[in-house]
Design a protein around this ligand. Structure first.
Ligand code: GLN
Length: 309
């Protein structure tokens, strides 16, 4: 394998002059306080090597990246039945679009836009009180990363609970179309806490390693999902992981990936490595501007694009 530490170091020095580009998410007041002049990246290879650069150890709000973990849990609970509740097509719309949801009678386009993720969270909650569902998710992520120190940032969860009006609208819409089984405030309580998971790049890359390694984490020996399911989750990340920036991300980076408005991006080079990058400044569609650029550099310098080198 190429000298990955040297590759990461070269990416970091190319990014540094541009640090601070983009705009931090300010619709969640607690995220508006984050200093945009930060950048970290971590790679964990399927043979167990870890590479880091910059602020790779600082925990940040993973926000929508959590949707990958809840999707994995929901598929584990209800299998293919999940697709009655949510679609599998790219949305071509903003991550919090309301228009599309009404148009499609309360069945969200995919599990990675907000409406889709809220429906997935509703599935994960079956048989649980909200507090138990949050506990289950936290345990799952700690198990995936093999790291008991991972926690939820309650301030971020509270901040979004107080201001997440659009998500309240989306959830009410779905409830009206009978695509939510639990009360809106319960589902959103869980959803806001999952989004407020705080993880570092390294923790995130470790947690998602199973998606690069046919469903099993080679560092812990834990078998998480079947190879087929890992492949399918990757397919969904490739087509839907960056909202209406998904085509652009595939074009420039060519890896399955999932972004969050905290400025993180998780990406998978199947059979090779999992990667996490964080830089809080976002582009117009809500994806980390420098994070995407760093992944583009990584794919170009390693030849890891799934579309060929
Ligand atoms: N918690 C955020 C929201 O629901 C997640 C959005 C995102 O990361 N794109 O608006």
């Amino acid at each position: 394998m190429a000298d990955l530490q040297a590759t990461l170091d070269s990416i970091y020095s190319d990014i540094l002059p541009r640090i601070g580009e983009g705009k931090v998410a300010d619709y969640i007041p607690e995220l508006a306080k984050v200093d945009p002049r930060q950048f970290g990246m971590a790679i964990v290879t399927v043979d167990g090597q870890v590479f880091r650069v910059g602020d790779a150890d600082i925990a940040f709000s993973i926000q929508s990246i959590s949707k990958v973990f809840t999707l994995t849990l929901a598929l584990g609970k209800v299998g293919e039945g999940l697709w009655k509740r949510v679609g599998r097509e790219p949305s071509g719309s903003a991550f919090n679009s309301i228009v599309q949801l009404e148009h499609e009678s309360g069945i969200p386009r995919n599990p990675f836009i907000n409406a889709g993720a809220i429906a997935v969270t509703d599935v994960v909650m079956a048989g649980h009180a909200p507090r138990e569902a949050i506990g289950e998710l936290l345990r799952f992520v700690r198990y995936l990363a093999d790291d008991e120190s991972i926690a939820i940032d309650d301030k971020v969860a509270r901040s979004e609970t107080q201001t997440g009006y659009r998500n309240v609208a989306l959830a009410n819409f779905m409830r009206a179309y009978r695509n939510l089984d639990h009360p809106v405030d319960h589902v959103l309580g869980v959803y806001f806490h999952q989004c407020a998971l705080a993880m570092s790049c390294e923790q995130l890359a470790r947690a998602g390693l199973f998606l690069a390694a046919r469903g099993s984490n080679p560092m812990t020996g834990h078998s998480v999902v079947s190879p087929k399911r890992a492949r399918r989750i990757n397919a969904l990340m490739l087509t839907c992981g960056h909202y209406d920036g998904s085509g652009d991300f595939a074009y420039h980076v060519g890896l399955p990936g999932k972004s969050g408005v905290g400025g993180g991006i998780f990406a998978v080079a199947p059979g090779i490595a999992s990667i996490a990058v964080w830089s809080p400044g976002l582009n117009k569609v809500g994806n980390s501007q420098l994070g995407a650029l760093a992944l583009e550099m990584l794919a170009a310098r390693t030849g890891w694009s799934v579309f060929g080198d």
